[in-house]
Ligand binder design. Structure first.
Ligand code: SF4
Length: 384
């Protein structure tokens, strides 16, 4: 497909006020001295990273709002100066809605430095489920944080929710979705809980697998999310993402269009010139290398056909538009229908994809088994 116009910059801010037992991200409990050293390392990386032109910025974590607002503003300014002198078309910050981290002055500082999109990690509006997830904010904190965001002039706001939390029921999930809608967000993301290796939730699952939602319950909850959010006027534009018209996340849209992005910070991933790379998740190793202006340890892989094609197909299939076969042919010089004939036939036969000469996309049924469908395209190595 034609490369998207807007490449993106991702900045990883890896400290959290506390650690949630399900989380697998690169994150550490906040220690001010470590955070200061990290900011210095980040500054070095921004100064020494290869030339790159970006249109969008995403500050993720971790919990970016554990940092001082002035430090966030300085980071945004440095990134803009180096990679987007013309300014960002969208700049998002992920926020923990804990009110102690959502001071009005902080929101104003974010706004003043050009951040124009807030993404709150709400997870659920049901107090018992928040406790299960180890989250310390309350549902009323979220309402107040949203009010403060609006007061600071933010008109593009996203709420993240999790389904298949142990103990969650269809009713309690509906209550969370309704509470989210009552706050009138422009965007909602819903993620099925994944039990990640090495987390306390993995040990819990090993002990009591029956506490976790089986696949059919998870599918039921996902279906409730699709129905509730689309009935409320949201476009289901990607497997986990819903937006009011015109409010899709441009940063992630670039990612799903297989566009280029530059990741800065510990554990951050990049995709440039056909190479996927990821920085080390070792915080000390990252800081040492960056402060010494040395190459940051990590891994990289040049994607060659058919991996490159499989990735592009997988990313496009995640979106509502699916694969635009003419654009695919133009960008990759491959006839999508011909190259993937056997996979397309197999997935079509089970009703997982809708196939026209112009497009191949997931059906509603296909969205429930999206990982399997996308996996079939990713692992297909070409006809024997
Ligand atoms: S879920 Fe978010 S707040 Fe919790 S530990 Fe992970 S990154 Fe930190």
């Amino acid at each position: 497909m034609a490369p998207p116009a807007g490449a993106g910059i991702y900045v990883h801010l890896p400290f959290c006020p506390y650690i949630c037992p399900y989380c697998d991200f690169a994150k550490w409990p906040l220690r001010r001295s470590q955070a200061r050293q990290y900011l210095a390392a980040l500054e070095h990386e921004i100064a020494h990273a290869p030339a790159f032109e970006a249109r969008t910025l995403f500050l993720g974590g971790g919990t970016p709002n554990t940092f001082e607002p002035l430090d966030i503003a300085a980071t945004v300014d440095a990134v803009r100066e180096r990679f987007a002198p013309g300014g960002f078309s969208e700049a998002t910050i992920e926020l923990n809605p804990d009110l102690g981290l959502c001071e009005p002055a902080a929101f104003e500082a974010y706004r003043a430095c050009g951040i124009d999109r807030f993404s709150f990690g709400v997870q659920t509006f049901v107090p018992d489920e928040l406790t299960t997830l180890g989250r310390r904010h309350s549902p009323s904190d979220v309402a107040e944080a949203v009010r403060r965001a609006r007061a600071a002039g933010i008109d593009n706001l996203s709420l993240d929710l999790i389904f298949a939390i142990p103990g969650q029921t269809p009713d309690s999930w509906r209550r969370s979705l309704d509470a989210a809608l009552a706050l009138r967000p422009e965007h909602v993301s819903t993620y099925g809980l994944t039990v990640e290796e090495g987390t306390p939730f993995e040990a819990w699952f090993a002990r009591a697998p029956g506490d976790f939602a089986p696949n059919d319950r998870e599918a039921e909850l996902y279906e409730i999310a699709i129905d509730t959010l689309t009935d409320a006027g949201f476009e289901h534009y990607e497997i986990s993402n819903f937006a009011r018209p015109g409010r899709r996340c441009a940063h992630n849209a670039n990612y799903w269009a297989n566009g280029e992005y530059l990741g800065l910070g510990v554990g951050a991933a990049s995709y440039r010139d056909g190479v996927r790379s990821v920085h080390t998740r070792d915080l000390d190793a990252y800081c040492e290398a960056s402060l010494a202006a040395a190459a940051i340890p990590g891994e990289d892989e040049r994607l060659v056909d058919p991996e490159r094609l499989g990735e592009a197909a997988m990313l496009a299939l995640r979106t509502a538009e699916g694969v635009d076969t003419a654009a695919f042919a133009k960008r990759y010089r491959v006839d999508f229908h011909e190259f993937y004939k056997s996979v397309i036939d197999e997935m079509h036969a089970i009703g997982a994809i809708d196939v026209t000469p112009e497009r191949v996309r997931l059906t509603r049924r296909g969205r429930f088994v999206a990982n399997d469908v996308c996996g079939a395209f990713v692992t297909f190595a070409g006809a024997p």
